[in-house]
Design a protein around this ligand. Structure first.
Ligand code: ATP
Ligand code: MG
Length: 403
């Protein structure tokens, strides 16, 4: 049996002349993701990538395909994927192989239909004829079945393509979106909380490659808190690909804020300094945007006036993919991408260590700027940028660590 995986692009197929770049990036991401599990060969044609396991026996090829499917489902840019049987472009060969191949799918079903896609118009049978004849043969072999064209339990698809015919029964949904890397790079502000990893997932889905920065204030924040953030990076790699991660020393800045600025502005000044440092790192690392996990109204620093005060110091667009989402929706996504359990581990964050008792809900940018000017933070910002520690999180390392 020669089984392969057919990967269909989604939205990408619409991208006109950019399409081949998109395809190349997707293919590169797929190769990168699968090379850890074994050898595959790749081909692309007609908005489809064909992935064939390079393996001696059917059994080991089947294992390779089973290992590849869950990885592929986390790669953005893939709309749908299915395991498929490769046949000669010959109706007798198709039926002879398809009948046993479909046994698993059909023996558990009550109803089915056959769909044919004939992109090779030279094939002697037209689509309705392929459907009718293959449908008849399947009914003979699986007499418990009946045809239901509107709501079948199983849809058997026959695709007649350039070099081969393919038969498949189960089309699975892909992760959707655009391939990571096609939209450029962005700098994520990654706290240890629930929201920012979800923000990373959402922007990676739109094709951004994510670089992350985390502000740590030891000894107020512990080594465990930092490790937690690193674990979040690892958990994100199946979706985001490799992630460059900066841990920024933030203690001195926080202490000086506390010493020199009015308490009601602590958080907002801290966020402005985080934004300044993140933008500096972002510029250096060729990022075109900042990403945060903020959601409107969630806390005092996420009111519109507070967001305006933070944006005032940004030197590039600030993307906030969760801005209109409820916590429940964010938590659902965090569970889906499996970051939730790490995020709820109770380690302190630098934001919580220096929380003012009565933060200003409607800060004015000029007042905040004046409060911040009580101290010259510029040299400390330079130091923080200089001493940010960089680490790369890559998928194969995450996998080896059990992520
Ligand atoms: P989260 O789950 O992201 O921590 P939160 O409700 O705790 O959400 P805040 O603490 O107000 O939100 O932070 C808002 C955003 O600011 C975060 O989503 C993140 O993007 C950024 N942020 C907060 N603290 C840090 C930090 N220590 N390092 C890097 N970014 C941070
Ligand atoms: Mg937080």
């Amino acid at each position: 049996m020669r089984e392969i995986i057919l990967v269909k692009y989604g939205e990408m197929a619409l991208k006109g002349q950019n399409r081949s770049t998109f395809e190349d990036v997707l293919l590169r991401n797929i190769r990168y993701r699968l090379k850890q599990i074994g050898k595959f060969s790749y081909a692309k044609a007609q908005s489809t990538i064909y992935i064939t396991p390079e393996s001696g026996s059917d059994e080991s090829a089947g294992e390779l395909l089973d290992a590849a499917m869950p990885r592929l489902k986390k790669i953005f840019g893939i709309a749908a994927l299915s395991k498929a049987l490769t046949c000669e472009k010959d109706f007798a060969d198709i039926t002879e192989r398809a009948v046993p191949y479909l046994e698993d799918a059909l023996s558990h079903a009550k109803t089915f239909k056959v769909e044919a896609k004939r992109s090779d118009k030279a094939f002697p049978m037209k689509s309705p004829q392929i459907c009718a004849e293959l449908g008849g043969i399947l009914l003979e072999h699986y007499p418990h079945l009946s045809v239901n064209v509107n709501e079948p339990d199983v849809t058997v698809t026959v695709e007649i393509r350039d070099t081969n015919a393919y038969v498949h029964a189960a089309r699975e949904k892909g992760a959707g979106g655009l391939p990571v890397g096609t939209a450029g790079n962005a700098m994520l502000l990654l706290s240890g909380g629930i929201d920012s990893p979800v923000a990373a997932y959402m922007m990676a889905k739109r094709g951004l490659r994510i670089t992350a920065c985390h502000f740590a204030s030891p000894p107020y924040t512990s080594e465990r808190a930092r490790l937690k953030v690193e674990q979040l990076c690892e958990k994100l790699t199946p979706w985001c690909g490799s992630i460059a991660f900066y841990c920024v020393p933030f203690t001195e800045i926080q202490e000086q804020i506390q010493r020199n600025c009015p308490e009601e502005y602590f958080t907002i000044i801290m966020r402005r300094l985080m934004m300044e440092i993140a933008c500096r790192l972002a510029e250096r690392d060729d990022c075109g945007a900042i990403v945060t996990g903020e959601s409107l109204g969630q806390v005092a620093s996420q009111t519109l006036p507070a967001l305006a005060c933070t944006d005032a110091v940004a030197t590039m667009p600030v993307l906030r993919p969760l801005i209109g989402m409820d916590k429940v929706e964010i938590v659902d996504l965090a569970r889906k991408i499996d970051t939730f359990d790490i995020s709820i581990q109770p380690y302190e964050d630098c934001c919580t260590v220096f929380t003012p008792r009565h933060p200003k809900l409607r800060p004015h940018p000029e007042d905040v700027a004046a409060a911040q000017a009580e101290f010259d933070f510029a040299p400390l910002v330079d130091e923080a940028v200089l001493h940010a520690e960089k680490k790369i999180f890559a998928q194969h390392i995450s996998e080896a660590n059990g992520f």
